[in-house]
Design a protein around this ligand. Structure first.
Ligand SMILES: Nc1nc2c(c(=O)[nH]1)N[C@H]1C(S)=C(S)[C@@H](COP(=O)(O)OP(=O)(O)OC[C@H]3O[C@@H](n4cnc5c(=O)[nH]c(N)nc54)[C@H](O)[C@@H]3O)O[C@H]1N2
Ligand SMILES: Nc1nc2c(c(=O)[nH]1)N[C@H]1C(S)=C(S)[C@@H](COP(=O)(O)OP(=O)(O)OC[C@H]3O[C@@H](n4cnc5c(=O)[nH]c(N)nc54)[C@H](O)[C@@H]3O)O[C@H]1N2
Ligand code: SF4
Ligand SMILES: [Mo]
Length: 864
């Protein structure tokens, strides 16, 4: 053995993930070192003057490329909050996943490869899913419990035992509860693991809520970043968020309007494109309303209508005017099903109040919302507004898919309610090929495998999620409406929470919520920050305790679809947890034992669960299948068979269309009036807004309200660009940011219109500083004509990477976004003015923490 090989052998105490991989592939460790050295010398290390090439060097087959029949094949699913849930198939040797593939039809069809039908389409993974193995074995895997040793945010940790880490957390939890009361701990669990039935992270019904609720100390975060404005609209208008069709219904549309929706990037269902392509083949026309010409627009050859961000409600009001003025509304549908569309459909108790038509025609405020009026605000010509209104009102059936992004704005709820008004006035609700979405939740899944408990998810205060920093920084001088404090019927009503600690489970919220600099000020005031994750994330850097969590490949569960899709996918424990990881359920159970409610928290387990989870998880999952799925959902397949197939796809008798029974069978809507409420009974009756969770006035009918920042605002003199931050194709929010394969496909960059760039002397690849009063980021420019002038685009989810002057060199747009929430609770991510220039003072962009090993795509671009 050479000197170097000996040194490596002596210094490597912990086997790395790669070494474990090779070990499990039965490579002798010494052979492995030898072959790496052979490779190293072939790559030029011989130039160091060392004689590294063993004399018996010879060609050999590269061993990890094992043939399929040498590997075990295990069906599982992809995960996280990405807009879908596709199948992943692991091919493993021993305890190592060697490669991944995806659905090819064979698993549910007893080996018949290639079956892919309208009723049972394959669940084929995208590039992110297929690269999951790189995430599993990434260098950023968190393998051991860690405790902070430096200043908070400095990123210095020491390795700890589970006993030490959990002991510390349990001790501090008790201390904080005792000292500061039942609101001291903030629940910031989110959707990283929402779509499993057992190991769930979730704002609403996840394991952290169960744990903190039972502990008796919990401030809840109630507003959902994705679509709070939309949820509000769906609830007020239809009485439910289940206003979605399954994707196959798209195949029957004659016109699809993608309003702020880019399904080529942001999945909302697993086979959307497949069914929309069918519609295209049948002659469906497509329209895209978006400040950028998207890949969806290009794929369907859509009519692209660029719109000033945040002005959608005005454009829709202009369309409604055109429809009313030309008598194109479906008056029969309105009369039968709608409340408050016009004077005739106002409820008796509200006669004389403003109906939607009063507002649109200008009868109540003297301002007719004509297409010309709208054009001044939204920048779309009056002719185009009228043309689209005509097309929508005269093409049947037509799907106006109003996605969530334009609702992620100041007064975003008005956009969503206005969209619902258009859907209702054209009679496109409850019909195949039409669309009432909204939130768009379609098929109902049985989502929870752990038992109900009355204390699970109990909270003692509940605030708008992106106001936690505001609350901490200003405590106790905070008004309830500033933080959207949810009303209560007891003595805690109106009590401002005294937040002293945060738990992150399944969320990277420090990186993902608005106005990160404000969060940075607030976090310094806290006494405890706990991060439970499988990855060392940007949030984790700011934690006191890091708890390593087993990924969904390393525990037993069943996957649920996202908002659309009708299937379950079995998730066996494909490999043993890496490092010392434990599942979320194991960690909470052990903590609950330390705090005195372990048996109640996890009734099927004993304390041994921390070391032995298999039988307990199997028991919960079997119970769920046999007592929920089988009886409630007409399934006859036994649990054992489901496990063997790995997937269960429901065959629906007809495409699922929301509200079909309401329209065809007269079933009432779940609103107070039983009708579609364009005039909302609930909102019309609120007198003191400060006593509601909204905090501020919301009109009973949809209206155009000026956002607090837009291209029409005087602030454009200082900050002339409107920044929007959509969801990235190559990441699921922040997840996958560290995967080099994916960073090769796209780069974090700022998209700028060519005329704006020319004026500023900016070219593709130039490093750009973008800033406003809230913060500054650095990233490369992408210059194009596919983005309207005045608008710039930075995709959300880049891992923050601060320099010593507080610039984020990673290019995370949430250093620029505003934490002021919209009244209904919508996060105003896309309400954001900025300015920009070519980077000064040698400031650079850092695309990843692994700067030197990072993707080269943008380097190539710079060479253009
Ligand atoms: N500027 C801007 N910002 C945005 C948005 C925007 O449009 N613009 N969109 C917002 C939206 S809609 C969303 S949903 C949020 C998303 O915000 P987050 O939910 O914070 O984002 P993710 O990156 O999905 O983070 C999920 C984390 O969960 C971890 N995780 C995954 N599985 C498990 C598990 O089983 N257990 C545990 N303990 N952890 C797990 C992952 O490793 C990851 O770190 O981002 C928001 N941020
Ligand atoms: N690949 C991928 N898919 C995802 C996710 C992901 O992170 N990655 N995240 C999932 C999650 S949690 C969510 S919440 C959904 C989000 O789904 P969406 O809200 O539909 O997605 P976004 O990407 O934010 O925005 C969609 C389009 O809206 C446009 N847009 C932005 N502002 C405005 C505006 O003011 N008016 C108009 N008309 N258009 C505007 C953007 O340019 C973009 O093309 O996506 C889900 N799917
Ligand atoms: S769309 Fe989502 S679930 Fe499907 S493979 Fe991609 S990342 Fe995974
Ligand atoms: Mo979301």
């Amino acid at each position: 053995m050479t000197d170097i090989a000996e040194k490596i052998e002596q210094t490597s105490v912990e086997p790395s993930v790669e070494q474990r991989l090779h070990d499990s592939l039965n490579l002798n460790r010494r052979d492995f070192l030898k072959s790496s050295l052979t490779a190293a010398s072939a790559a030029g290390l011989g130039g160091l003057g060392l004689s590294l090439v063993p004399s018996d060097s010879q060609a050999f087959a590269y061993e990890p490329y094992l043939r399929d029949d040498q590997l075990e094949t295990v069906v599982t699913s992809c995960a996280h909050n990405c807009g879908s849930r596709h199948m992943l198939v692991a091919h493993k040797k021993g305890d190592v996943i060697v490669r991944l593939s995806t659905d090819d039809g064979r698993y549910q069809h007893n080996g018949v490869v290639g079956k892919d039908t309208f009723e049972e389409p394959q669940l084929r993974a995208c590039l992110r899913g297929r690269s999951y193995r790189s995430r599993l074995y990434s260098a950023e895997r968190l393998l051991y419990p860690m405790i902070r040793v430096g200043a908070r945010g400095e990123g210095k940790f020491k390795r700890a035992s589970w006993d030490e880490a959990l002991g510390m957390v349990a001790y501090r939890m008790q201390e904080l509860k005792q000292k500061y009361g039942p609101t001291a701990l903030l629940d910031q669990s989110y959707a990283g693991a929402s779509y499993g039935v057992l190991h769930k992270s979730d704002q609403i019904e996840g394991l952290l809520g169960r744990f903190l609720g039972m502990f008796g100390c919990r401030t809840n975060s109630w507003s959902v970043p994705s679509y709070q404005a939309t949820t509000f609209s769906s609830r007020m208008t239809f009485g439910t968020i289940e206003d979605g069709n399954e994707d196959d219904a798209f195949a029957f549309s004659k016109l699809i309007i993608m309003w702020g929706w880019n399904p080529a990037y942001t999945f909302h269902g697993g086979n959307t494109f497949y069914y929309m392509r069918m519609a295209k083949q049948r002659g469906c026309r497509f329209v895209v309303i978006d400040p950028i010409y998207t890949d969806s627009a290009s794929a369907y050859d859509a009519w692209w209508i660029p719109i000033r961000p945040n002005t959608d409600a005005a454009m829709m009001a202009g369309m409604a005017y055109y429809i009313f003025a030309n008598g194109l509304q479906d008056q029969g549908f309105i009369n039968r099903f709608v409340q408050g569309m016009d004077r005739e459909t106002m409820p008796n108790w509200a006669q004389g109040q403003e109906s939607f038509k009063d507002y649109i025609m200008g009868w109540s405020d003297g301002v007719p919302k004509t297409p010309e009026w709208a054009a001044q605000i939204c920048g779309v010509s009056a002719q185009d507004i009228a043309k689209l209104a005509h097309l929508y009102a005269t093409t049947k059936p037509a799907a106006l898919k109003a996605s969530w992004s334009p609702g992620r704005n100041a007064y975003g709820e008005q956009y969503n309610r206005m969209a619902a008004a258009l859907q209702a006035m054209t009679g496109n609700i409850g019909v195949l090929g039409g669309c009432a979405e909204g939130v768009g939740k379609a098929w109902h899944a049985e989502g929870i495998a752990y038992p109900y408990d009355e204390f699970a998810n109990v909270w003692f205060a509940s605030i708008k999620s992106d106001r936690w920093a505001h609350c901490v920084l200003n405590y106790p001088n905070v008004k309830r409406e500033e933080i959207g404090l949810w009303p209560r019927q007891d003595e805690l009503d109106g009590v401002i929470p005294n937040i002293r600690g945060i738990f992150w489970q399944g969320s990277d919220w420090f990186n993902q919520l608005t106005n990160i600099n404000k969060e940075i000020s607030a976090i310094k005031k806290l006494d405890m920050v706990v991060c439970m994750d499988s990855t060392i994330t940007p949030s984790g850097i700011w934690a006191d305790v890091l708890l390593p969590i087993a990924t969904h490949f390393e525990r037993h569960d069943v996957a649920l679809p996202w908002y659309k899709g009708h299937y379950y996918i079995h998730r066996p424990k494909v490999i043993q947890p890496l490092g010392e990881s434990k599942t979320d359920f194991q960690v909470f159970t052990e903590l609950a034992y330390r705090l005195g409610f372990g048996e109640r928290f996890n009734p099927k387990a004993t304390r041994d669960y921390f070391h032995n989870d298999d039988a307990v998880d199997e028991a919960y999952l079997r119970d769920w299948w046999e007592h929920k799925v089988m009886p409630h959902q007409g399934v006859t397949m036994p649990w054992e068979d489901f496990k063997r197939h790995g997937v269960y796809k429901f065959k629906l008798p007809r495409p699922h269309v929301a509200f079909q029974d309401n329209v065809e069978k007269g079933v009432k809507w779940a609103t107070p009036s039983g009708r579609i409420e364009i005039f909302s009974t609930t909102l019309a009756q609120i007198t003191d807004w400060t006593k509601t969770q909204y905090g501020y006035y919301i009109p009973a009918i949809p209206k155009w309200i000026e956002p607090w920042e837009s291209l029409n605002h005087p602030l454009t003199q200082k900050y002339p660009f409107h920044l929007i931050s959509p969801h990235p194709r190559w990441r699921t929010h922040s997840i996958f940011h560290n995967i080099p394969w994916l960073r090769e496909t796209f780069a974090q960059e700022i998209t700028i219109n060519a005329s704006d760039a020319k004026r500023l002397g900016i070219q593709t690849g130039d490093t750009i500083e973008v800033w406003n009063d809230r913060g500054g980021i650095v990233l490369p420019a992408y210059v194009t004509e596919l983005c309207m002038p005045g608008v710039v685009v930075v995709y959300e989810g880049a891992w923050m990477d601060l320099d010593e002057n507080g610039w984020d060199l990673g290019g995370n747009p949430d250093f620029l976004t505003n934490d002021e929430p919209s009244p209904a609770g919508g996060f105003a991510y896309n309400t954001c003015l900025v300015t920009l220039r070519k980077a000064t003072e040698g400031r650079v962009h850092r695309p990843g923490w692994d700067v030197k090993a990072t993707a080269r795509s943008q380097v190539f671009r710079r060479d253009l």
